[in-house]
Write a protein that binds this ligand. Structure first.
Ligand code: CDP
Ligand code: MG
Length: 981
């Protein structure tokens, strides 16, 4: 006989999206509910019970105090007593529904798993062979690949791959054929026309010198102004020269780009110049999209990420004759990484050619890194660009900055924010005064300009000033597109809004385009189009438009002088994103964008004095970001010890950052204590995802909740599909709440958004997206990513279908408690402890103390949260420490998500310690069950990771998983099955 769900609310993922009791408290009250309700209301009740766990009956209270007194006498302080003293020592009473407990117990009794555990290594002395550690894994393709990776160093691997068959072998008839094709191409009218254009590029004049230098050196650095023809011409010079010399069959060039959009647009451009379509002598490969060229006599443009992926299976890059690394001045982690790697490949591949290309760079530094290889400088070609600075712009627009905020008269002036601001103003004053005195002395600018420069707010981003300047240019300057550089996406959105609201930029006179990395590729393409006569194009971009995207018709550049950079605070393990002054190299780049087709003007919105304080070059990304993914790549490429390899890059990261990342990976069990990849680490390194998100999708496939969790993982690793128009924060929040299914979870809201989006027809989805502030382009990409993840896991053998909606892969997708628990397991140890004060929610984490929920999160406006814990993906420090995305999780999810928990008896009860700040007190029988469950779970996961295959729900594996699902959802929904048996 089946009993009603005692919690009284349905977790139906598919349909029920409205009528949840948001606090889950409308369950039937029965006598044996006491402990459970106590656990739920623990925090409030604990205050009334002066530190003693709530929910104890009369006799138990007595026993509790007796216990405590004994502890105190013996000098021990139990978790419980310290809970009342330190707010970060969080101990709650935990209980399971007795029915659920009974059922889990009975189903575990019948489980008798033995996964054929191998011998445990206890050899002391002689170093055991790495294979010995994994004798318990059955022979399989996985085992062979895994052992291959962890037991061979890159040097051995490189040596081994030398004896492998090289794809590029000389084939004379092919060479002849390619020569013939080339001759024919040269007479094609489209080609001839493009040739006229190409000949005029500065790089063309250097063609012979470039070819000669590449021919006689293994590594060459080429630098030159943006637009001089490095990216589009140099790979073509090399290819055509090889073809004409009868070497086409042995030539394949790979050219890396730091961004997806530039890989595609450059490939299309080069194919066009060659009077072809991509797919013949030119192609591209980016994540999720590719049109590959033929295997010989061709150029492949790809992202740096793709080249890294290739190197995992072919470290010596045997498929290629030339490696062109473009835009290396950007110093992103992936390209720095390839630069280091290639240094090890060079001695093993004496015939491979490496060409390092960059716009304005510190060419000598790269040359020094490569044993003083030659540098070719392509002399600049841009038309002259005149530079104006903030002082000139003020003079032109007569713009007035708002006055700095008055000093508060009340107690606030003693508070930190005000004091910080004050200090900032003083510093500014010290810096600007000498420059202003000089200007006054030279009488170079009128007094009102100098007065404005004296105002500290003149150094803050002013969208008003930009609007005034745009008006000034449109009214007084000749035709030509305007490119505006802003620090972040939010600023771009705001400026677009302001311009359209002002009514001064009507669409019959202006085309206004935002341009940033979060735009889908299709929308980005529109920006290249030249508008009809009489319409001025305004592009509002992030630093993406600095070097990699060429917009032909730009004549005016407005440079706000700032960029948003993520910095990683290794000590606190926090990413900080804030606008910072750009470097001189960036400023030079931005200026250069104005002189592409004719002489141009660049308006820098910082003073000449400020420019003198700029750094010469931007900080390498590796020094600004967490390193887990890089380390996993180091490991899967078998580059040996992380500290040694990362110590040999151009600008090594801080040892502390390496340590933090190594610890995270060890905590995730991706690396063992010897820093060797574990089987889990091996799987994670092969997924192009943050390791935590990777773990999340692995677990989701084992627990059969693929659709929602893969959607969440896609969004975490790509971008949020919700957007927030200015002043619509409340409406966006309401829309999210509708999709949140009463779960207090940004992650669930996103999964539900994607589910509804996918099931709707075209017209419906358009309406759905606009009603819910969702970007249909992003949702479409998330759907693709979800499919891609499913494909990966299918290939890795964790799923038996590559269809994300496959029924077997979604047995538990409707069970939102399971979905949240898996999200929590993936995000662990990102947990914050909730303290409902009654009128607002207080959150704490072990590392930071008080943290806040970001206003964009579904939970930001809640006065009370239904669970004692919140899990999150991104923590960022700006005005406070914010958790950007949050999901409320309960005790069972947390116990499930914690890799190891310590269980020990205390009096008549047991203490379950999850980590240094969270523990639970519970009945001994409950603790026993948890112990057994965790044991079974860990064994099963270990077994599955070592023997990738889809879960067999009909076998004992299924029994264990079902017991865990019951535990997580605290439901006895499985009783029907039991009764039926
Ligand atoms: O790499 P670099 O910045 O030196 O120049 P490039 O990307 O090779 O571009 C050379 C020239 O080709 C540019 O000045 C543009 O005039 C033209 N080009 C284009 O019209 N469309 C593209 N998608 C790329 C380049
Ligand atoms: Mg380029």
């Amino acid at each position: 006989m089946s009993k009603p769900n005692r919690r009284g609310y349905s977790n139906n993922y598919r349909s029920d999206n409205s009528k949840h009791n948001r606090y889950g408290k409308n369950r039937e009250q029965t006598s044996d509910d006491t402990e459970e309700s106590a656990a739920q209301n623990d925090f409030q009740t604990r205050k009334q019970t002066r530190g003693r766990p709530a929910g104890l009956s009369g006799k138990e209270i007595g026993l509790y105090y007796k216990d405590l007194a004994m502890k105190k006498r013996s000098g021990l302080t139990g978790a419980c007593s310290s809970a009342s003293r330190s707010s970060l020592r969080d101990t709650k009473y935990f209980s399971l529904d007795p029915d659920v407990e009974r059922m889990i117990k009975s189903s575990l009794e019948t489980v008798n798993t033995s996964y054929g555990k191998g011998k445990i290594l206890t050899i002391v002395g002689d170093k055991p062979k790495i294979e010995d550690k994994y004798t318990h894994i059955r022979d399989s393709e996985f085992k062979r690949n895994f052992l291959n990776i962890i037991s061979i160093s890159i040097q051995e691997k490189l040596a081994k791959s030398m004896s492998m068959k090289v794809k590029l072998v000389k084939n004379e008839s092919l060479d002849e054929q390619l020569k013939e094709d080339q001759k024919l191409r040269k007479s094609a009218p489209e080609y001839v026309k493009m040739m006229d254009f190409r000949r005029k590029l500065p790089s063309y004049k250097m063609k012979e010198e470039i070819l000669k230098t590449v021919d006689s050196n293994q590594v060459v650095v080429i630098s030159g102004e943006t637009g001089c023809g490095k990216t589009t011409q140099i790979p073509q010079f090399i290819l055509d020269d090889a073809i004409e010399k009868g070497n086409g069959s042995r030539t394949k060039i790979i050219c890396t780009q730091p961004r997806r959009i530039s890989a595609i647009s450059v490939a299309e451009r080069v194919a066009f110049e060659r009077a072809e379509n991509p797919g013949k002598s030119v192609g591209y490969a980016i994540r999720l999209e590719k049109t590959e060229p033929r295997d010989y006599g061709s150029i492949l443009f790809c992202t740096t990420g793709i080249l890294l992926k290739y190197m995992q299976s072919d470290p010596a890059l045997l498929d290629y004759s030339h490696i062109v690394l473009d835009e290396i001045h950007e110093r992103n982690t992936e390209s720095d990484f390839i630069i280091t790697l290639l240094k090890q490949v060079i001695p093993k591949r004496p015939n491979i050619k490496i060409i390092l290309m960059s716009a304005t760079l510190n060419a000598e530094r790269f040359s020094q890194y490569y044993e003083l290889c030659p540098i070719i400088n392509i002399p600049g070609f841009t038309y002259p660009v005149s530079s104006l600075y903030l002082e000139d712009v003020i003079q032109l627009t007569r713009f007035k900055f708002p006055p700095p905020p008055n000093a508060p008269t009340n107690y606030k002036k003693h508070l930190k924010p005000f004091k910080e601001k004050q200090k900032q103003f003083e510093d500014f004053n010290d810096f600007i005064e000498p420059a202003l005195r000089q200007m006054e002395f030279e009488k170079s600018y009128p007094p009102y300009v100098i007065n404005e420069l004296r105002n500290p707010t003149s150094e803050e981003l002013s969208l008003g000033l930009i609007q005034a300047l745009l008006q000034h240019i449109s009214e007084t300057k000749e035709t030509g597109a305007i490119l505006v550089f802003l620090p972040g996406i939010m600023d771009i959105t705001n400026l677009c809004k302001n311009l359209s609201a002002s009514g001064r930029f009507p669409s019959h006179k202006f085309q206004i385009y935002p341009l940033h990395s979060r735009l889908p590729t299709v929308e980005q393409k529109l920006i290249f189009k030249i508008p009809p006569a009489g319409i001025r194009k305004i592009i509002i971009a992030t630093s993406i438009a600095e070097t990699s995207i060429t917009i032909e018709d730009v004549v005016y550049v407005i440079d706000c002088g700032k960029t948003k950079l993520t910095r990683f605070d290794a000590a606190k393990n926090i990413e900080i994103l804030k606008p910072e002054w750009i470097s001189l190299a960036n400023a030079r780049q931005r200026r250069g964008r104005a002189g592409r087709v004719q002489p141009g003007v660049c308006y820098h919105l910082f003073s000449k004095a400020r420019e003198m304080t700029f750094e010469e070059y931007p900080t390498p990304e590796m020094l600004r970001t967490p390193l887990e993914q890089v380390i996993l790549q180091v490991k899967i490429l078998q580059l040996g010890r992380v500290d040694v390899f990362l110590g040999s890059v151009m600008d090594p990261p801080e040892e502390k950052a390496i340590e933090v990342a190594l610890n995270l990976l060890k905590n995730l069990n991706a690396l063992d204590n010897n820093e060797t990849l574990t089987p889990l680490g091996y799987h994670l390194a092969r997924l192009p995802l943050d390791p935590r998100t990777g773990k999340m999708i692995l677990w989701a496939s084992m627990f059969s909740c693929v659709e929602p969790v893969f959607a969440i993982a896609a969004s975490l690793s790509f971008k949020d599909a919700f957007y927030c128009p200015i002043n619509k924060e409340e409406e966006v929040n309401a829309a999210k709440l509708k999709l949140g299914l009463g779960q207090f979870s940004d992650h669930i809201a996103l999964a539900e958004a994607l589910r509804q989006f996918e099931k709707g027809s075209d017209g419906q989805t358009r309406r759905f997206c606009s009603d819910h502030f969702l970007s249909s382009n992003i949702l479409r990409l998330l759907t693709e990513m979800k499919q891609q993840f499913t494909q990966y896991l299918y290939e890795m053998k964790f799923l038996d279908s590559s269809n994300p909606s496959d029924e077997r892969a979604n047995k538990n997708s409707h069970n939102l408690e399971v979905v949240k628990a898996i999200v929590c397991a993936g995000l662990y140890p990102n947990i914050a402890i909730v303290q409902n004060t009654g009128s607002f929610v207080k959150l704490k984490t072990v590392e930071d103390g008080t943290v806040k929920i970001h206003p964009g999160s579904i939970n930001a406006r809640e006065k009370k949260l239904p669970t004692s814990y919140v899990t999150y993906f991104l923590k960022q420090k700006s005005t406070a420490i914010f958790l950007h995305d949050t999901t409320c999780v309960n005790e069972t999810a947390l116990i499930f998500a914690t890799p190891q928990c310590l269980i020990r008896p205390q009096g008549i009860r047991s203490i379950i310690t999850l980590n240094q700040s969270i523990s639970f007190i519970c009945k001994q029988s409950t603790a026993e069950i948890i112990k057994k469950l965790k044991n079974e779970l860990n064994q099963l996961l270990e077994h599955k990771i070592n023997h990738p295959e889809p879960v067999k729900w009909e076998s004992q594996e299924g029994d264990v998983l079902r017991a865990i699902v019951r535990f997580i959802s605290q439901s006895n929904g499985g009783e029907e099955e039991n009764a039926a048996k």
